[in-house]
Design a protein around this ligand. Structure first.
Ligand SMILES: Nc1ncnc2c1ncn2[C@@H]1O[C@H](COP(=O)(O)OP(=O)(O)OP(=O)(O)O)[C@@H](O)[C@H]1O
Ligand SMILES: [Mg+2]
Length: 548
């Protein structure tokens, strides 16, 4: 048997080679959400739609999106996502769509759907790897002609190659972007499908309008529930508590601030003259020291002094939560339930990053009658409004509740069990709120639990942005929000149960009143009219007793 030769250090040295980020992710495409054809279709659409919504909101435009998916071969699909956003300046197009880790959101601290600068170029790379064709982009900026590009990705160098670059004399939009990609994929309806993602996007983004053409040709429109854009998130500077030592040293080296004192005030949020003085006093460093000359040990002292100083929590105008009213609108629009309960928590902080947790619960009986008290104080059964939507999010009474997870308004469809939201929902005692709950599991019942985390940086467990890491602060906030909304649900379910019990008892008695009338008529020997009056009197007195 031939044996492979042992290598010398020199031979090993000759084999060393730089690896480009695109070569790495081409091999590890599962890290970016392209691990199977079904998920590849979803990820591609998700990356394009998330970018479109971000761009529209940043430009103050009410989003109007069209998503088209066509099956072009046994395992081939054509995806087209078009938005009415501000468009993309011509010379930025190749890099945005043809270079991994290029984007406008990574370095800033402000809530947005995208954050890594890898999403849309990764989709383009996947399309190119599986079909040989790169992405096509048409984009128009106001008062400029539209441009159409065909891009190829040079994965060895992580650089775009421009295939075609043409100016279009006419285009149907005043401004906007259309992204087109051929890719190997498969399409299936149901949970975690493109349809599911778009429906959940409509729930969490009631200000956007979506038009969707599925591969089977069916058209679906999600209309706006509101014409008001979400409040704009402001960019903030990092909070001192969130900075690690290595990062602090880098900031000291790169800052344009002259003195240490001004460095602290200019580079961080919530540091004014007094806090800066306190920090430097604790660190035993001069206010007039040059930041670039701070040695590692001094930086360490500065880092420790920061941790010891009381600094107020970061500002929260960098966040744009959905808000209780909008969550309610979104849930009511896409989910026909009997009872809704919502809760938006005050802002909290993990690793110096502000975040807000929001929860919405929709609960409804799976079928049939619902009880209500009418204007005369009688309990009546009311027919539930029929669910018009075939893909209703509410399940049956013996199903596990449907958990809808969102991060910065983006639905998270995969890796449910790895997510902090799921862990917190499992750790919440749902029996207190009228739902069944198996040990170590999610509650059971005809309910939808919506949980949204809004943050300047969502700590995803991987680059594919599918699950939120379980930081203790995040777990705690999710639990508190679930408890608050859960308490309202519990009160409602208890009231419903009480009404139901009383209704059953009363209908039982009601059934026997005529028999009592007949019995008494036979014993006392009075006529039919008297029997009729007696029955009425018995019914009235039952009503009076109930009211008392
Ligand atoms: N439809 C669009 N309209 C306007 N700008 C866009 C559009 N799509 C992408 N961009 C710009 O291209 C950049 C890169 O997009 P990409 O999806 O690769 O990264 P990202 O959105 O910044 O982060 P993530 O990797 O988390 O999605 C964005 O930051 C944005 O500035
Ligand atoms: Mg993106």
């Amino acid at each position: 048997m031939a044996r492979t030769k042992n290598l010398t250090a020199e031979e090993m040295a000759r084999q060393q080679k730089e690896i480009s980020v695109s070569e790495f992710f081409a091999k590890n495409r599962h890290l970016l959400g392209f691990d199977n054809p079904r998920k590849a279709l979803l990820t591609t659409i998700k990356e394009a739609v998330d970018n479109s919504l971000d761009a529209c909101e940043e430009a103050g435009i009410l989003p109007d999106l069209r998503i088209e998916v066509q099956q072009t071969g046994e395992d081939r699909f054509l995806v087209e996502v078009q938005d009415n956003g501000p468009g993309i300046v011509k010379d930025q197009i190749p890099k945005i769509f043809g270079q991994l880790l290029y984007g406008s959101k990574f370095h800033r601290m402000r809530q947005s759907r995208g954050q890594q600068g890898i999403g849309i170029s990764a989709a383009g790379m996947y399309g190119q790897l599986t079909t040989g064709k790169g992405p096509r982009i048409t984009s128009k900026v106001l008062r400029r002609k539209a441009h159409r590009y065909e891009i190829h990705l040079d994965t060895t160098k992580n650089r775009p190659i421009i295939g075609k670059d043409e100016e279009l004399p006419e285009w149907n939009l005043k401004h906007g972007t259309r992204f087109t990609l051929d890719l190997e994929a498969s399409y299936q309806k149901g949970l975690r499908s493109v349809d599911d993602y778009l429906k959940q996007t409509a729930v969490a983004n009631p200000h956007c309008r979506l038009e969707y053409q599925a591969p089977d040709g069916t058209e679906r429109q999600y209309e706006r529930a509101t014409d008001t854009l979400p409040a704009k998130a402001e960019e903030i500077k990092p909070h001192p508590y969130g900075i690690e030592l290595g990062h602090l040293i880098k900031m000291l080296r790169e800052t344009k601030s002259r003195w240490l004192n001004s460095f602290l005030q200019e580079e961080f949020c919530r540091v004014g003259p007094k806090v800066a003085k306190d920090i430097l006093g604790t660190a035993k460093l001069s206010e007039r020291a040059y930041p670039s000359r701070i040695a590692r040990q001094e930086a360490d002292a500065l880092y420790r002094a920061i941790q010891k100083t009381r600094i107020s929590a970061p500002p929260t105008d960098c966040l744009s939560p959905i808000g209780e009213e909008r969550i309610l609108e979104g849930l009511q629009k896409e989910c026909d339930a009997e009872f809704y309960s919502v809760c938006t928590r005050p802002a909290a902080v993990y690793r110096g990053n502000p975040f807000v947790i929001e929860v919405g619960i929709a609960w409804g009986k799976p079928s049939g009658a619902e009880l209500e008290v009418d204007e005369r104080g009688r309990i009546r059964s009311r027919k539930r409004k029929r669910t018009v939507d075939t893909e209703d999010l509410l399940g049956n009474a013996d199903d596990t509740v449907r958990l809808l997870r969102f991060a910065n308004r983006v639905p998270l469809l995969y890796q449910q069990s790895a997510c902090a939201v799921t862990k917190a929902a499992i750790q919440t005692g749902w029996k207190n709120y009228g739902l069944q709950q198996p040990r170590g599991g999610l509650p059971v019942g005809p309910a939808v639990l919506l949980v949204h985390m809004a943050s300047v940086w969502v700590p995803f467990t991987s680059e594919s942005k599918e699950a939120i890491a379980a930081y203790p602060e995040i777990l705690k906030e999710v639990k508190l929000a679930l408890q608050e909304a859960g308490r309202k649900l519990g009160a409602y379910i208890r009231k419903g149960k009480r009404l139901k019990r009383e209704f059953e008892k009363r209908s039982y008695i009601d059934k026997y009143i005529p028999h009592i009338g007949i019995g008494l008529q036979e014993i006392l020997g009075f006529g039919d009219q008297e029997r009729h009056d007696l029955v009425e009197r018995l019914r009235d007195s039952m009503e009076t007793t109930r009211k008392i």
